[in-house]
Design a protein around this ligand. Structure first.
Ligand SMILES: [Zn+2]
Length: 382
């Protein structure tokens, strides 16, 4: 498809050129014919895949004006999308130097050039282009977004947050999510009480910020403020059900009493499909010598939500129920094999780009979205 667009762009440019020129006076026709010929030769170069020569023809012969500006920009973006950044830079640099452009077109050219530089990891050049644009209301927002992305690359969380903070959006929108997670990064370097204040601020930007909840719960566990930890755990289960597998390991500290923890786990197991939750229920029941109830819980889950981990849990419980030592050993060996196999599978997946891995990243290492990498739910996951 991009190849097709490459072929169509010169045609679109040619059309714009021809249409734009129709109203010109007769005396200019000769010059137009020359440009037309030059452009056709550029088109020919595109068709024969000689893109560098085609760019030269485009830059040298296609006058930049209102009709052709869009074509130049579109072509530059296409080159960048295909990873041909040197070509994109050449076009955008050429545009940024044109005196005939309107202020808006000039801004667009500079922004596109900065994007090219970011994609080439020429961050210092991009920053130099973008900083002066912060004073320009018309493009400050876009400049701030790119600058924040640059600072995030260097894990300079304070500058990344300062760059994006003035951008106004609604709660839960992508940039609010980014602000919330950047505050979580900043909070992780602070002492507990300051950390709590920053994490609460993060939740004011994004009420579904899973990391802010979990870090807050850890703070309250550390401060032994069990009531706060209890309340937040309940809110977390309602607000961030996709991340419930991350809360389960903390529950023994949040609800030290087995009976209260069991009540909480049972209350959420009705709404959330999670092997971790059911496994935690089964563990408590097993300790209470209720192996039969534990098996029932796991079987009930497997009936609606089949997972390999759930199957391993069932094998372990079946081994406890059997009196035959050989069969018991065989089931425990099988359970061990299944558990080891599951450990080799990715546990997390990015809902934005499909990245999978065995470690949790709050910012996806591939697409750079915040909070989009989640525990995998389903047969091979939770
Ligand atoms: Zn991603």
């Amino acid at each position: 498809m991009p190849e097709l667009l490459f072929l169509l762009l010169p045609v679109a440019a040619l059309y714009g050129y021809v249409m734009g020129r129709n109203s010109y006076r007769q005396s200019q026709l000769k010059q137009h014919e020359k440009i037309n010929q030059d452009f056709l030769s550029g088109l020919n170069l595109f068709l024969s895949n000689q893109r560098d020569k085609a760019i030269n023809v485009l830059i040298e012969n296609l006058e930049v004006n209102n009709e052709t500006f869009t074509t130049h920009i579109a072509l530059g973006k296409l080159f960048r999308a295909k990873g041909e950044n040197d070509r994109a830079i050449k076009i955008h640099q050429f545009l940024a130097q044109q005196d005939v452009l309107t202020p808006e077109q000039r801004r667009q050219s500079i922004i596109q050039l900065a994007r090219d530089y970011v994609d080439c990891a020429l961050y210092d050049r991009a920053e130099k282009l973008l900083l002066p644009l912060l004073e320009d209301k018309a493009c400050a927002r876009e400049a701030r977004l790119i600058l924040s992305r640059i600072y995030q690359t260097f894990k300079d969380w304070q500058q990344a947050f300062d760059a994006i903070e003035p951008i106004e959006t609604q709660d839960g929108e992508p940039y609010q999510v980014t602000k919330a997670y950047l505050l979580c990064e900043l909070a992780s370097e602070k002492a507990t009480h300051e950390k709590i204040a920053m994490l609460k601020q993060a939740l004011s930007y994004d009420k579904k910020c899973a990391r802010a909840y979990l870090d807050l719960i850890d703070c309250y566990i550390e401060l032994r403020e069990s009531e706060q930890a209890n309340q937040l755990s309940r809110v977390f289960a309602d607000t961030c059900p996709d991340f419930i597998a991350l809360l389960v390991p903390r529950l023994a500290a949040v609800f030290p009493d087995d009976a209260i923890r069991l009540d909480f786990l049972i209350s959420i197991s009705g709404q959330i499909k999670s092997t971790s939750v059911v496994a935690a229920i089964a563990d408590i029941m097993e300790r209470q010598d209720r192996v039969g109830d534990a098996r029932k819980s796991v079987l009930g889950m497997l009936d609606k939500h089949a997972t390999i981990s759930g199957f391993a849990q069932l094998l372990k419980l079946n081994a406890k129920k059997t009196d035959a030592p050989e069969a018991q050993q065989m089931m425990l060996n099988l359970e061990k094999m299944v558990v080891n196999k599951v450990k080799q599978l990715p546990s997390y997946e990015c809902e934005q780009c499909g990245y999978q891995g065995s470690l949790l990243f709050w910012q996806c290492p591939r697409c750079k979205h915040w909070g989009s990498v989640k525990p995998i739910i389903g047969l091979t996951g939770d």
